[in-house]
Design a protein around this ligand. Structure first.
Ligand SMILES: Cc1cc2nc3c(=O)[nH]c(=O)nc-3n(C[C@H](O)[C@H](O)[C@H](O)COP(=O)(O)OP(=O)(O)OC[C@H]3O[C@@H](n4cnc5c(N)ncnc54)[C@H](O)[C@@H]3O)c2cc1C
Length: 413
């Protein structure tokens, strides 16, 4: 009995290792020149491979129940043990927000994770066919026939489809796996880019471009707050980026797709109330009364932000502080706690880390087998599930890869 895994990313290699570990003859068909190329880019080259405080409720998409159940079979501790077992000890380290649950390899090198997985595949006799892009998938008289772009083919008794989504296509995941699934009648929940920067029509993003600032972000759909995130926002010439923006981007994509008006409201001084800020600004005005108005916010916010905040509050820049009106101060205090950026979209797949959407939960059994075709399994990002930053998406790749590999090998016994 032979199992073919189409796509040699994180989930594909885990699926292949599990299937081979159960005794199945296993081959990975990988379109690129190396398996696991996307792993190299994860966690800023350090590979945030899981999360000690992983909460299954934070996953989005229809396969959430699958994730909750399968994480009980292969969860965070299993992931740590697995990597330790292949010579990659791990360490929990602080994220940008001081969260110390994000797990990395101790050496902090994603390349070590990629290489150790490939070496383990070789050790377990998984055959890896590189530059082997699958372009067709058929089932004839109980066997799968996989047509490759280079004109050759591969036959197998079971197939695990782990071609990823559409995010970051330069790493190989260009969405071609959806067509292979669709050839068996599978529906695809429209793939949308997630965990990425967002586009804003605010006139100020260009002036602020390059600036990083800690803020509390309130995501509002039609003026109602639906989510919050805290962290370092990066301003770009087209909009906003940074981990808290990434975390909200999936929700933003869905709200925009539902035709809701989306705004990100930034509280630039979340530790202070608007009342405290008003009092502070009044004191500053007195203390710096003969200085230029721009010095009012010196030490409170990054200097690049001052002209923007003044313009929006109607305060002239080159007058003495004593001439700033009470109205101007009130408006400034409001802005410091609620600076609104209208959001028009999420950047495209090139700039995003994951795909929301994919094969829906209704079309896969709880062991990730297709309900349209016996012997066809799915794992990883091709399924309709996406998680926040912090190791959630790789954990899903390991968990679902393990589950699909185990189930496929079992039926192939
Ligand atoms: C920049 C970046 C940083 C990230 N950082 C993190 C992080 O720190 N932590 C985290 O948890 N997640 C992170 N992610 C998300 C995570 O990397 C993915 O969710 C995960 O790699 C998905 O694994 P996968 O196996 O499903 O798909 P992929 O890793 O995308 O692998 C799919 C593979 O299939 C191959 N393939 C595609 N089509 C075909 C075909 N037709 N035939 C043969 N092969 C094919 C591709 O070449 C690719 O190798 C990051 C993503 C990006 C882009």
């Amino acid at each position: 009995m032979k199992i073919a895994v189409i796509g040699g990313g994180a989930s594909g290699q885990m699926a292949a290792l599990t299937a081979a570990g159960s005794g199945a003859e296993t081959v990975i068909l990988e379109a690129g020149t190396v398996p696991g190329r996307k792993i190299l880019s994860t966690g800023n080259g350090r590979c945030n491979l899981t999360n000690l405080a992983l909460d299954p409720a934070l996953y989005q998409g229809s396969c959430r129940r699958h994730a909750s159940l399968l994480l009980r079979e292969f969860g965070v501790q299993d992931t740590l043990d697995f990597f330790d077992g292949i010579g990659i000890p791990t360490v929990a380290a602080g994220s940008a927000r001081g969260n110390d649950a994000w797990v990395y390899p101790s050496c902090r090198e994603a390349s070590a994770v990629r290489m150790a997985l490939e070496m383990e595949c070789e050790r377990r006799n998984v055959r890896i066919r590189k530059e082997a892009r699958a372009v067709s998938l058929k089932k004839q008289t109980g066997r799968f026939l996989i047509g490759l772009e280079n004109g050759s083919a591969e036959e197998a008794d079971r197939v695990i489809l782990t071609t990823g989504g559409k995010a970051f296509p330069k790493s190989g995941s260009d969405g071609s796996g959806y067509a292979l699934a669709a050839s068996f009648g599978h529906q695809i929940v429209t793939p949308l880019p997630a965990l990425g920067p967002v586009i804003s029509s605010s006139p100020y993003t260009k002036n602020l471009s390059g600036l990083r600032a800690e803020a509390l972000l309130s995501l509002q759909a039609d003026d109602t707050e639906i989510a919050r995130e805290y962290g370092e926002v990066q301003f770009t010439d087209y909009g906003l980026s940074g981990i808290p923006v990434f975390q909200l981007s999936g929700r933003i994509a869905r709200e925009l797709a539902a035709d809701h008006r989306v705004t990100l409201v930034l509280d630039l001084l979340p530790d202070k109330t608007e009342q405290d800020i008003r009092m502070d600004l009044a004191e500053r005005k007195l203390r710096r009364r003969d200085r230029e108005s721009g010095t009012l916010l010196l030490g409170l916010v990054p200097s690049k932000m001052v002209p923007v905040l003044f313009q929006e509050s109607g305060i002239p820049l080159h007058v003495p502080c004593r001439e700033i009106s009470q109205n101007g101060l009130t408006r400034l205090a409001e802005l410091l706690t609620a600076f609104a950026f209208p959001i028009g979209g999420v950047k495209d797949f090139d700039a995003c880390q994951v795909t929301s959407g994919g094969i829906p939960a209704t079309e896969v059994s709880l062991n990730l087998e297709s309900i349209k075709c016996v012997g066809l399994y799915f794992a990883g990002e091709i399924l309709d599930l996406d998680g926040p930053c912090g190791g959630y998406n790789l954990q899903w790749a390991w968990t679902s890869g393990y589950a699909a590999g185990k189930a496929a090998a079992k039926t192939a016994e």
